[in-house]
Design a protein around this ligand. Structure first.
Ligand code: ACO
Length: 364
């Protein structure tokens, strides 16, 4: 049997964009604590930081917010494409289709920050447009007066969002923006390393993000908590999954061998938003029980809550439906993907690792 490593411990690139320290539980974006940026800075300011390497001053920040706002509208051909997709096509596949359909010749290599801005600006509009079609509700187009996060919620719910909800979502989007060489970012960098256009690289990222071991986990966390239902059922339910050799969604991480700092920050955001309501109370109890049982069934693996566990709590508290959890994660993470593709372009060499052949040889 070949040894399956999942490239653990392999350095695939040098980066100035973020530091993920899994032992100390630190996450740093270009010299700033991500947890501080999440509560002190807007989506646009952190996107600017990740793309251009420094935080904008006040004039740059408002100019940049206005620029992104101007790019939100869907081109007519994109609406036609989305309208023609059967309702059974999942939102993540709709996003891939939409991004691929935006790759005009202007998107030729090398990637630029303007291309990144266009894809980033348009993604929430694609989600909201598709969701309105699916639900048969009136389509509420983007409002250029609103910032990126508030506008996303505005398009989804059809009215100006509560400030607390926009702030909570903003914190989540910033905390989800960037995370080193995670699977989707690596996928995007691999595609970019062939000198394919930025839209193709983002499509690669979206594909990797869709899987339940990566960005698909938060809706599964909600399903798990709903199935558990009450605190007194938690231990039996969790034990049953572990006895069957199953995985507890929202726990474990390749890099973090401590509690994910994003889970820590999002737990505080969720608590601020709703106080300790029934659902959050259950989540806290499930976390405590799961960590104890994971140590019992998987001793020494150091499995703790990851970002997805409390991401589910925040998104639920602001009434986002579960099918939008992974697309919403993507609205944040597209900034990290595009920042990495810009960085890749500066130092590019095609990714081409080797494999070890373990099959049969010809008879002669
Ligand atoms: N529940 C139960 N056991 C687990 C879990 C879990 N959530 N995570 C890891 N393990 C166990 C594995 O079964 C394995 O046990 P073994 O040594 O007896 O074989 C051991 O811990 C190591 O697991 P690996 O799969 O080798 O760890 P890896 O680093 O490859 O995987 C991953 C990391 C995919 C996140 C994993 O922990 C997992 O599947 N978690 C659940 C899904 C999830 O929450 N994903 C979101 C991650 S955050 C993000 O992507 C934004």
């Amino acid at each position: 049997m070949p040894k399956v490593t999942g490239l653990e411990g392999i350095v695939a690139a040098e980066t100035d964009i973020s530091l993920v320290d899994g032992i100390q539980g630190h996450l740093i974006y270009r010299g700033y604590w991500a947890k501080d940026l999440a509560v002190q800075k807007s989506y646009e300011e952190v996107a600017y930081l990740l793309w251009f390497g420094r935080l904008p001053d006040a004039a740059e920040a408002s100019g940049f917010q206005a620029k992104l706002a101007q790019l939100r509208e869907l081109p007519a051909h994109l609406k036609l494409i989305i309208d023609s997709l059967p309702g059974t096509i999942p939102m993540m596949s709709v996003l891939q289709t939409a991004v691929a359909a935006l790759a005009t010749p202007d998107f030729a290599w090398p990637p630029t920050a303007d291309q990144a801005a266009l894809l980033t600006a348009v993604l929430p509009t694609v989600i909201a447009y598709r969701q309105a079609k699916l639900n048969g509700t009136p389509w509420v187009g983007p409002d250029a007066e609103l910032d990126h996060t508030s506008n996303y919620l505005y398009m989804l719910i059809g009215k100006k969002p509560e400030e607390a909800h926009a702030k909570a979502l903003g914190a989540y989007l910033v905390l989800g923006m960037e995370h080193g060489m995670n699977a989707s970012t690596f996928a995007a960098r691999v595609v970019a390393s062939t000198q394919a256009d930025l839209a193709s690289a983002v499509c690669g990222g979206i594909g990797a993000m869709k899987g339940p071991l990566h960005g698909g986990a938060p809706s599964e966390v909600t399903a798990m908590l709903e199935e558990i239902g009450t605190k007194d059922h938690a231990e039996t339910w969790l034990r049953h999954v572990l006895e069957q050799g199953g995985r507890l969604m929202g726990f474990g991480h390749r890099i973090y061998k401590t509690r994910d700092p994003r889970a820590e920050a999002l737990q505080a955001v969720a608590l601020q938003l709703n106080g300790q309501d029934h659902w959050l109370d259950l989540a806290l109890h499930v976390e405590e029980t799961a960590v104890r049982l994971l140590e019992e069934y998987k001793p020494g693996r150091r499995l703790y809550a990851n970002v997805e566990f409390y991401a589910a709590a925040v998104m639920r508290a602001i009434d986002l439906p579960a099918e939008l959890f992974t697309p919403t994660f993507t609205v944040g993470r597209i900034v990290g993907w595009t920042a990495h593709v810009l960085e890749q372009a500066d130092v590019n060499r095609i990714f081409r690792p080797q494999s070890v052949y373990t099959g049969d040889m010809p008879a002669q």
